[in-house]
Ligand binder design. Structure first.
Ligand code: URA
Length: 478
């Protein structure tokens, strides 16, 4: 297994160098895990690709597509690009095949990135920075994909005579009349709030708004809700629409899917209930809503969201990890980042279909500490694991797995309630209190961090064996 760490989420040059070296060495896509520097678990970069380069050329159309796709937020985009590159050697016409699933996905990603750049160009609104020595403008924007650097030249051309900065959570770009510069991502609080331009925008928007031609669907497509809060004119939308027609209110009122009042009430009760065993959640929907408002320990304070388990239910096989990582915290789903890629590869090798299992974590919020702009993973302590057992126990009761695989020591503590060293217990079935079979194995992140390639290959093979054994015990494989 090769682990490649790029310098940033949009490090195309780094991806290209690594991909060329890997291809020259004949390393198959299934054997590569792609990660980004900020995912670091505070360790050195293990096993970078060798410096070998290949003597093959790739179609310019692929390079163009890859430069777009890398800006997408999907965690698997780097692996997808390498898979396409790898296949291009034997299928030189792959790039022209729109029906191929890899190509279709890459093209969809490129389209989403291009849409996101278009929205950024349309919706960035500069505000005057009060008290600056020279007239300087700033804008806060949250692009759907990582298009900040790529769209900066457009703003430099369009607002050449102004000094401006665009702040986004991914990166900040600034123009001083001559040069563009890029710095680390920012906080919304860094952007100034109000100035006289707002009123101008509102007047402009009100004047071009034609209630008689109101089409809420189209309007939402053109100006998606995610951008409203940065747009002064968006504040007018409810007012204007209300005056226009009834169906428009649906647009303003449209909120993401909400759990029912009953589920919400139950969730709030569970979120603080210190007494185990009373009024436990009765559905996974209640668990999901409860995790989203959980205050049983303090980890919610620094996390983006609680991440409940997901998958089949009932399911014969449950996997329990430690806690969401950086990408899981952002996506709200377990095992979608680098550890998830490693986990998916091993599951595929073991022949275990992930969609027939339930995948969760011992702790539902991401514990980390900031280091610069990076969020460094921290292992949850016993108190946090114990507090979160309320949710894990509820998931176990509701999913009723025959076999529970504990991925690492924190998972084992969450499932068994006791410290269970991996070295001494790995691969041996344990009878759990609810009569399910327990199986302890490595955590996929551990496998990503083993520095020595030979040791890593051995541990990985043991991990796949453990998953195979779990699949058999659960009756999912023969
Ligand atoms: N590590 C875990 O333990 N769980 C996840 O969901 C992701 C990384």
């Amino acid at each position: 297994m090769r682990v490649v760490r790029l310098a940033s989420e949009i490090d195309f040059a780094g991806w290209r160098t690594a991909a060329r070296a890997l291809r020259a060495e004949g390393v198959a896509p299934e054997a590569v895990v792609w990660t980004v520097e900020r995912e670091l678990f505070d360790l050195d970069n293990p096993a970078p690709p060798s410096g070998r380069t290949a003597n093959f050329t790739v179609p310019a159309a692929f390079v163009e597509l890859a430069e777009q796709v890398i800006l997408h937020r999907a965690p698997d985009r780097l692996a997808l690009l390498y898979r396409i590159l790898w296949r291009l050697e034997r299928e030189p016409r792959l790039i022209e095949n729109p029906a191929d699933p890899d190509m279709a996905r890459a093209r969809d990603m490129a389209k989403a990135v291009s849409r996101s750049a278009h929205k950024m160009k349309a919706f960035v609104r500069f505000r005057l920075i009060e008290g600056a020595a020279t007239e300087t403008y700033a804008a806060w924007f949250e692009p759907a994909h990582r298009v900040t650097e790529a769209t900066a030249p457009f703003f430099a051309r369009r607002f050449t005579a102004m000094d401006w900065t665009i702040l986004t959570p991914d990166a900040c770009v600034a123009w001083d009349g001559e040069r563009l510069s890029v710095s680390e991502g920012a906080d919304p609080a860094d952007a100034p709030a109000e100035d006289a331009q707002e009123e101008l925008w509102r007047t402009y928007y009100a004047s071009i708004f034609n209630p008689a031609r109101l089409n809420p669907r189209q309007m939402r497509q053109e100006m998606p809700k995610r951008y409203w809060r940065n747009l002064p004119e968006a504040r007018l939308i409810p007012e204007l629409i209300e005056a226009a027609q009834e169906r428009a209110t649906a647009m303003v009122a449209a909120t993401p899917r909400q759990p029912s009042a009953r589920v919400l009430k139950a969730a709030l009760r569970h979120s603080r209930d210190a007494a185990y065993g009373t009024g436990a959640p009765t559905t996974l929907e209640e668990v999901e809503a409860g995790v989203s408002v959980c205050r049983r320990c303090d980890l919610w304070r620094d996390a983006t969201q609680g991440v409940p388990g997901e998958g089949a239910s009932p399911a014969p096989l449950m996997f329990v990890g430690e806690q969401p990582g950086d990408q899981e915290d952002l996506a709200g789903k377990p095992f979608v980042g680098p550890a998830g890629q490693m986990f998916d590869k091993a599951l595929a090798e073991a022949g275990v279909p992930r969609d027939r299992t339930f995948v969760t974590n011992a702790v539902k919020h991401f514990k980390h500490e900031p280091r610069g702009k990076r969020r460094i993973h921290k292992t949850p302590d016993r108190g946090e694991v114990t507090a979160c057992r309320w949710w894990l126990d509820a998931e176990r009761r509701l999913v009723r797995p025959r076999v529970i695989v504990m991925l690492g020591a924190t998972a084992a503590l969450g499932v068994t309630g006791k410290a269970t060293p991996i070295g001494a217990n790995r691969g041996r079935p344990i009878r759990l209190a609810d009569q399910a079979q327990g199986l302890v194995t490595y955590h996929p992140s551990f496998l990503l961090r083993v520095p020595d390639e030979e040791t890593r290959a051995r541990a990985y093979a043991e991990f796949v064996d453990d998953l195979r054994q779990a699949g058999k015990l659960a009756g999912l494989t023969t």
